[in-house]
Structures are given as structure tokens and as C-alpha cells.
Design a protein around this ligand. Sequence first.
Ligand SMILES: [Zn+2]
Length: 180
Amino acid sequence: MADKEKANIPETDEGTIVFNVPFPDDLSGLKKMTPIIIKQPYQIDYIHSYGQDSPFFAGLANKKILGTKCTRCGYSYATPKLHCMECGSECDWIELPQQGRVHTWTTCYFGSEEFLKETPFNLILVEFEGIDTLLLSRLVGVSQDEISIGMKVSAKFKRNSKFKPTDVYFVSSPDKEEKA
Ligand SMILES: [Zn+2]
């Protein structure tokens, strides 16, 4: 005889518990049943390698923005690439300036779950003197109608690095020469 106690999966109190759901005697109507919708917390621990991008995040943790520069053709990347998109050669790490200019910008009124609570926010593509590509980042502390293409911006870093691209963001950096 099988042990009936041991043949049961234990019931737990975690997650969704439903004690009673209306159910028709006539199954023909089930295709028209409204969907069951539940809210369920979901969390995973995700072990993720930054691989060759690791120095970029180590740089942010040390208040430096790192880009790369092709060892052959000299093309430079504000969004680091370890191999040149122009000629395919290997790139070296370089430190980027902490000041740049707004190349273009957009205001986000919607975002992924992580950023949704922060909407609306302004995203900019930053151009750096002497660097061939742009860096996507946030512009903080400036309202939408104060942003203009070409405006000077300075990098700021989160005090506690989260090893995310959002560890760096930009603020308006008044151009004294233009104001004089
Ligand atoms: Zn190259």
C-alpha cells in the first residue's frame, strides 16, 4: 500500500491562493469566459557577465567615461566597441572628456518598467570634442523647453555605482563664453 501522506505535494501559503471560482455546469459557454488576470511578483537573481564591456563600468564607478579608439584607423567611439566598425581592427580604451554638447534629444513619456516611474525624462545623445560617435544618456535638471541642440553639458556620476549605464548622467553646463 502506498503511503497516502507521502503521495501529496505539500500545500503552501505563498503566491496566489484562490478558494472558490465560479464555474458553469454547461461547458459550452467556457470559450466566452473572461480571462483570469492575476498580479504576481516576479524576481530572479541573474548572473550576468559584462565581458569586454567591464572596463566601461569600472570607469563609471571611478567617475570616468571610457570610450575606445581604433588602433588602425583611429576612429573613436563614445559608446565603446572593442572592434572597429569601420575597419574591424582592435580598439584601445581611452578616457572621454566630461563635458560635451547635446547632439540631439528627446523627452520620454513612456519607458520600460525600470524607468516608467521616472517619466517624463530627457534623453540626449552627447557629442564629445574629437570623438566620432555619440553617447546616449540622461539630461537632468533641465526642463524640455530649456534644451537646445549644441548646449554644453557636464557629466555627473551616481555616488554609489550600480554598474549600469545610468551611473552617468548629464546636467547643463553654462557656456560662459556665449553669455559674455
Ligand atoms: Zn578602424
